[in-house]
Write a protein that binds this ligand. Structure first.
Ligand code: FPP
Length: 253
């Protein structure tokens, strides 16, 4: 590729047909950031940014399914987010409960299986019930897995895994010699998922923020400047196009 065409490809927005069919990521993770700033920029209450964020998520789920991506994991509420103002947390909880029921027909139609990943303790009963209901109603779907990281923190997930391993060893269900990277992964919330190939973070922040730390060891990262509610199909295709230009070596030559 010449220098000029490489330069222009930096700004290219590809169509679906221009993506390499054999190199579509299997698992995409997304840190949906910038809802609050999107709203503040429009002099709206922050919570309306979250509401608009749901629209962006709907667009992304539809395109994920259309592209044949098998796993999508979104960071929707971290274990630290409880410290936000009470009104914002309450609004978000209501939004989760509403969305988890209103989006079920679309998710079922697309064959999407929902899975909550995060610590169950400490989640308000009504919200936990909504997650469990969504998981039960979609558990037979086979087209795509949609992991919702909720009350999630990766360090906590790793500590919990270590405790479960100690317990399994203590109960004689696991031998110390059997603990390796592969068996360790089976004690994480994401035990049934492959590691993410691509993690996208929106809003111009360049951090991982305690998201999939173990799982992301060899993940490609893509940072978009747009606030999450503005993230659309073009931005998503651009991220995948960029991913397809990476040379993944997994530590080898
Ligand atoms: C981060 O933006 C976004 C969140 C903490 C919430 C994201 C949640 C949704 C979009 C709802 C998803 C719904 C389901 C059912 C999965 P921020 O508030 O940190 O933005 P800021 O950095 O601009 O303040």
């Amino acid at each position: 590729m010449s220098i000029i065409s490489s330069f222009f490809s930096l700004f290219k927005i590809p169509s679906i047909n221009e993506l390499k069919k054999g190199d579509i990521p299997n698992h995409v993770g997304i840190i949906m950031d910038g809802n609050g700033r999107w709203a503040s920029k429009r002099k709206l209450p922050r919570v309306l940014g979250h509401k608009a964020g749901v629209e962006a998520l709907r667009r992304v789920i539809k395109l994920t399914s259309k592209l044949g991506i098998k796993y999508l994991t979104v960071f929707s509420f971290s274990s630290e987010n409880w410290d936000r103002p009470k009104e914002e947390v309450e609004y978000l909880m209501g939004l989760f409960v509403d969305c988890l029921s209103s989006e079920l027909p679309l998710l079922n139609k697309k064959g999407v299986k929902i899975k909550m990943i995060g610590k169950k303790e400490g989640i308000p009963k009504k919200v936990l019930k909504s997650f469990e209901n969504a998981e039960n109603k979609t558990c037979k779907n086979k087209e795509m897995v949609f992991n919702i990281a909720f009350n999630y923190g990766s360090r906590q997930e790793i500590i919990e895994a270590v405790k479960k391993i100690f317990k399994a060893i203590g109960e004689g269900n696991l031998k110390l010699e059997e603990v390796d990277q592969n068996s360790f992964s089976k004690f994480l919330y994401t035990k049934d998922c492959p590691d993410p190939d691509l993690i996208i973070r929106t809003s111009g922040e360049y951090r991982i923020s305690n998201f999939l730390l173990w799982q992301g060891a060899y993940t490609e990262f893509y940072f978009s400047k747009v606030f999450w509610p503005d993230f659309n199909e073009k931005h998503y295709l651009r991220a995948i196009f960029d991913y397809q230009k990476r040379n993944r070596r997994f530590g080898k030559l």
